[in-house]
Write a protein of this length. Structure first.
Length: 380
C-alpha cells in the first residue's frame, strides 16, 4: 500500500555526520523513507552512538493539516511500559522486598483463583517473563473494537486493573505455569499491583521516582487525561485496509501493561542506562537478561527475558528492547549489550491487516539491523 492519496507528504531530516562505520545520515534517511513507504503516515527515528546522534523524520503529523512530524514529540509507548515496570520489580528484588521465585499469592492473596488459575503456582518471575499461562485480558477487552464506530464508543471507557484481571480469570489457563511462553498483558497488571502492595505507592509513581527522575526523563509519565501534551503527532488506525484513517489520538490507557507516554529521546536514554548497568545492580540485570524462546510471528529467533525482548541481528549477536503497539502508535527499540549503541523508531498509524503489519515490521527491523550491524563492524 502507498499513501499517494495524500498529495503533499513531506520529509524532514535532522542529522549529524557519520555515526558509525557504514551507517550515516543518508542511510538513516533512506531507512526512514522506507518505513514511511511501508504505509505509515509519519515516522521518526534516532540512532545514538558513544559520540554521535542522528535523527530523521518522514511524513506528516496530521493528515488534514499536513504538518511535519514534530521533533521528539510525545507518544503512547504502549507495551514498552513493561520494561519500566519490570525494572521497578527487579529493584524491589534487589532490596529484598520481592522474591522473583515466590508465588504471587504471597503479595496478592486470594486474587488469582478460579477456572484453574492459582496464584500459589505462579511466580513473580513468570509474570515478568510471560510464562504464567494466564489469559490475556486484552483479547476480550478489544474484541469489539472493529471499526470507527466502536472505537469512538469505547475509547474512553473506564476500568480498574482489578476488573481487567477478573476478566482474564474467567478463562482457564493457557498452559501450566513455567512450561511455555505466551504474551499476556494480564501479567503486567498483576506486576503493577504487586508494586503497589509492596511499596504502598502506585506503579507509575515508583517508575517516576525510581527511574524517570534519576535519569532525567522529563517527558516520561503516566497520563491522567486521555489527551497528549504538545508537541505530538496524531495517531491513526485503518480498521480495514480499504477504509480511510480513523483518528485514535484521544484514548484512555494508563495501566502497568502499557500506560506510559514518552518521547523518542527519553526511550533512548532509558534503555541505554538500563542495558549499560546504571539502573539495576549487576545481579538483577543478569536476571532480566535470562531469556526463553518467544513465539513472535515474523521475527524468528526472538527471545524474552524479564520485560525485555532479545532479537537476533543478521550480522550475528543480537539486541535488547521492548516494542510497543498501541492504537495508532508503534515503537521499536534496539540496544547493543554495551549499552552505548541504540536505536529507537516511532511510527504513528497502523493498518489492521496482516500483510500491512508484516510490511511495516520488516521495514522497522531493517533500520535497526542496519544501524546496529554497522556499529558492530570493525573500523577500517
Amino acid at each position: 500500500m502507498t499513501l499517494a492519496w495524500i498529495a503533499s507528504l513531506t520529509m524532514a531530516v535532522a542529522a549529524v555526520p557519520v555515526a558509525s562505520p557504514g551507517y550515516d545520515s543518508t542511510r538513516l534517511r533512506q531507512d526512514v523513507a522506507a518505513i514511511h513507504k511501508a504505509g505509515v503516515t509519519g515516522v521518526e527515528a534516532q540512532v545514538w552512538t558513544p559520540s554521535r546522534r542522528m535523527s530523521a523524520r518522514a511524513g506528516v503529523a496530521d493528515i488534514r493539516g499536513n504538518r511535519s512530524m514534530p521533533v521528539d514529540g510525545y507518544f503512547r509507548i504502549a507495551s514498552t511500559t513493561k520494561s519500566f515496570v519490570a525494572t521497578v520489580v527487579l529493584q524491589l528484588a534487589a532490596e529484598r522486598k520481592v522474591s522473583l521465585d515466590a508465588g504471587i499469592e504471597k503479595y496478592l492473596p486470594g486474587l488469582v483463583r478460579g477456572r484453574g488459575n492459582d496464584g500459589r503456582t505462579i511466580t513473580v518471575r513468570q509474570l515478568l517473563q510471560h510464562t504464567s499461562g494466564l489469559h490475556d485480558y486484552a483479547n476480550d477487552l478489544f474484541a469489539d473494537l472493529v471499526d470507527r464506530k466502536s472505537w469512538r464508543k469505547h475509547r474512553l471507557d473506564r476500568h480498574s486493573a482489578e476488573e481487567l484481571v477478573k476478566m482474564a480469570l474467567r478463562h482457564k489457563p493457557q498452559f501450566k505455569p513455567g512450561t511455555r511462553w505466551a504474551y499476556s498483558n494480564t501479567n503486567y497488571l498483576l506486576a503493577g499491583m504487586i508494586i503497589k502492595k509492596v511499596t504502598g505507592k502506585s506503579w507509575d509513581r515508583e517508575v517516576r521516582e525510581r527511574i524517570a527522575k534519576p535519569l532525567g526523563l522529563r517527558h516520561t509519565f503516566n497520563p491522567t487525561t486521555p489527551y497528549l501534551p504538545k508537541p505530538h503527532a496524531r495517531a491513526y488506525v485503518k480498521f480495514r485496509p480499504a477504509e480511510s484513517w480513523t483518528d485514535t489520538t484521544v484514548s484512555r490507557d494508563n495501566f502497568a501493561d502499557g500506560g506510559l507516554v514518552s518521547t523518542i529521546t527519553d526511550l533512548n536514554r532509558f534503555f541505554r542506562a538500563l542495558i549499560g548497568g546504571q539502573v539495576l545492580p549487576a545481579a538483577q540485570l543478569a536476571e532480566m537478561k535470562k531469556t526463553v524462546p518467544a513465539d513472535v510471528p515474523d521475527i524468528p529467533g526472538q527471545r524474552y527475558g524479564l520485560g525485555l525482548f532479545w532479537t537476533p541481528l543478521t550480522c550475528g549477536g543480537g539486541y535488547w528492547g521492548h516494542g510497543g503497539d498501541g492504537a495508532g502508535h508503534k515503537s521499536r527499540e534496539g540496544i547493543l549489550d554495551d549499552g552505548r549503541h541504540s536505536v529507537v523508531v516511532f511510527t504513528q498509524s497502523m493498518i489492521l491487516d496482516n500483510t500491512a503489519t508484516q510490511r511495516h515490521e520488516r521495514a522497522d527491523q531493517r533500520l535497526i539491523d542496519h544501524a546496529l550491524c554497522a556499529a558492530k563492524a570493525p573500523r577500517r
